[in-house]
Design a protein around this ligand. Sequence first.
Ligand SMILES: [Zn+2]
Length: 252
Amino acid sequence: VKAIIKDSGYLYRTIPFGDSSLILQTFMRGHGFTSLIAKGIRKKPELAQFINLNQYEFTFYDAQENELHLLKELSPLKEQTLYNKPESWAAADCALELYRQMIIPLNETGQYYGLFVSLTGYLENCDKNAILIWWRFLLKVFQLLGIPYNTEQCSFCEKLSLDMTLWITGTGGLVCSDCGESHFGSPGLEPLAPLSSRILGLLPQIGNHIQTLRPDAASVEQLNNLFDAYYTSHFNTQLKLQSRDVLIQFYP
Ligand SMILES: [Zn+2]
């Protein structure tokens, strides 16, 4: 007899399987990314109304080796409105796509799960500029990963500054205006647009500025490149997020 397991989780993707079944890719509080097979569910339309990125309680049978977990039942955990907001939706999808590329130890999935719960809470209440919430989320992920990114610290003099003028393309590090003067035009350094600098400085308290701070296409590209460089310099692998390509289309 296989054990029955209950866990709350977000539905990430569904994939048709055979004639009538579905494979549900989920991110669960206690189990991390887990695939469940829902047998025969496509013949029961009343049960097959799944919405990606919604939170459910999943009940499933524990799998033997090399088997998929078999879904017993699932129930929505709360009313969610994310699917009405394309930009917020893309930002949340980005977050799960990022998690999927990381190796999250099983004993830490709860922390990442909690971070995602609060992210979706912010995104459900956000009408515009969701990319700001995505960037702040990224800062929190860096913190959980043990590589905190300090948006206020100059990589050269290590002083705190809100006036960064350059960034280091190899590491994503920031250079303050004092240090920047003597390094302007040096290889491996790129000018940081004033808007990018302002956004970085405000990210830790971005909730207060979400209505008024509007990133333009150039700052979106620059900050994405900067965070990519930071991630790559620590993990030797590139961030490839398809949902981010969707997200940036809101910043033409
Ligand atoms: Zn400096």
